[in-house]
Write a protein that binds this ligand. Structure first.
Ligand code: NIG
Ligand code: FE
Length: 402
């Protein structure tokens, strides 16, 4: 299978900086991989593609990567949104048994097919905006069987859609009601589930929610140690609502990423820098929870910590399905430059998932790219609420509209 895509305006985002613009560019794709990327006029002679497309000057960027979602769950939390508008806080609702735990009840009650059907609709909405790789966390099952069901649903999405899916086990997301008052016993159980998830091929990384309404640093460390014994990489929901020193703890365990980070300290920044940990910023949750404390973007920048951006799609704190909107919010709310935001949903997002085979347009990488009705990638960070992805290709396979 070989395809030649010609006469595109390429933004390769290759290398450490710059857009990597190629005015009249071409991509040569073979067996799902980019074989050649460069100016159309310099195409190697003698290529005999099975298919050839003329993109007539349209913009082509790397496929977007959403490195933090909770896409598989039952129900929604619109009623909780109303409660918050009447004055209740996210933390109060969680402490009263709502929040994550109400989604856990709805998820346990949903059938496998219902979980798959609703998650596939969400995945397709993200794909319609050029997303070609998605991370999906468990964390709304909170029993061994329900966590496995959610991870298996995520795997099935990766098999049935033209989409790269990475799965993350997040048993340590919240304390399920049957373990009330026994958080340490629950952590023991959740640590014990990891080997089975790994043996079943269900898990690529392990995450936890380290916060006052989540788990303590000591409990989080036990999750990391269990992951470490199995050789599984780790990530952390860190410093979202308070500073627990979670980012430094995760960095000491070699975390791929620490996510949220509004309350990250300078010591946390230094630890992440030393470990090469990616900072995944989640402007949707910041916006939707009406947070006022900004993540320390300038300190991360000065330290050279790579910054990624994600939707954090979930029913409680970030019910968005637009990574393009996050690109805009990363600029407007967090003051990233459009180029930093783009790196955040491509190259740095790949790194947050431990993936080296995607994230920019370069020979040898997966043929994951999006074609846009736009002049320049910065236009897509500037607009909000509408982006025009004309077509997208994942592993050489073109997405068919639903
Ligand atoms: O990333 N902070 C913890 N977990 C999710 C929210 C989950 C929920 O409210 O259902 C987050 O924001
Ligand atoms: Fe999250």
């Amino acid at each position: 299978m070989s395809t030649l895509w010609r006469h595109a305006r390429l933004a390769t985002l290759a290398g450490e900086q710059g857009w990597g613009l190629v005015e009249d560019g071409a991509l040569w794709v073979e067996h799902g991989q980019l074989r050649w990327v460069g100016p159309d006029a310099a195409l190697p002679p003698g290529l005999t593609p099975e298919t050839e497309h003329d993109l007539a000057g349209a913009l082509v960027t790397p496929g977007l990567i959403d490195p933090h979602t909770h896409l598989v769950y039952g129900g929604d939390r619109a009623a909780e949104f109303e409660q918050r508008l009447q004055g209740a806080t996210y933390e109060e609702i969680a402490r009263a048994g709502g929040g994550i735990r109400s989604t856990v009840s709805a998820t346990r009650a949903a059938s496998d097919d219902e979980l798959f059907r609703t998650a596939a609709l969400r995945a397709r909405a993200l794909m319609a905006e050029g997303v070609t790789t998605l991370e999906i966390k468990s964390g709304y099952g909170l029993t061994e069987a329900d966590e496995a069901r959610c991870l298996a649903t995520a795997r099935r999405l990766g098999r049935e859609l033209p989409l790269g899916v990475r799965t993350t086990s997040l048993g340590a997301h919240a304390l399920p009601p049957e373990y009330a008052g026994r958080a340490d016993a629950y952590i023991d159980a959740a640590c014990g589930w990891l080997a089975g998830q790994q043996a079943a091929g269900l898990v690529d990384a392990v995450d936890a929610f380290c916060d006052t309404i989540g788990f303590t640093p000591a409990q989080t460390r036990r999750i990391f140690e269990a992951a470490g014994r199995l050789g599984l990489p780790i990530k952390l929901h860190a410093e979202q609502l308070s500073d627990q020193g979670g980012a430094a703890l995760a960095a000491r365990h070699g975390a791929l990423s620490c996510d949220h980070l509004e309350h990250l300290s300078q010591a946390g920044v230094a630890a992440m820098r030393a470990a090469g940990t990616v900072a995944v910023l989640l402007p949707g949750a910041y916006y939707f929870l009406r947070e006022t404390r900004l993540p320390p973007v300038q300190a991360l920048r000065e330290a050279g910590v790579p910054i990624a951006i994600a939707t954090d799609h979930n029913p409680g704190s970030s019910p968005t399905l637009s990574l393009l909107l996050m690109l805009n919010m990363a600029c407007t709310l967090f003051r990233l430059t459009p180029e930093e935001a783009w790196r955040g949903v491509t190259q740095h997002a790949a790194r947050a998932l431990g993936l080296r085979d995607r994230g920019c347009l370069a020979p040898g990488l997966r043929a994951d790219f999006a074609v846009w009705q736009a002049e320049h990638p910065r236009d897509l960070a500037y607009r909000f609420g509408h982006g025009r992805c004309i077509r997208s290709v994942c592993g050489g396979v073109e997405r068919t509209p639903p």
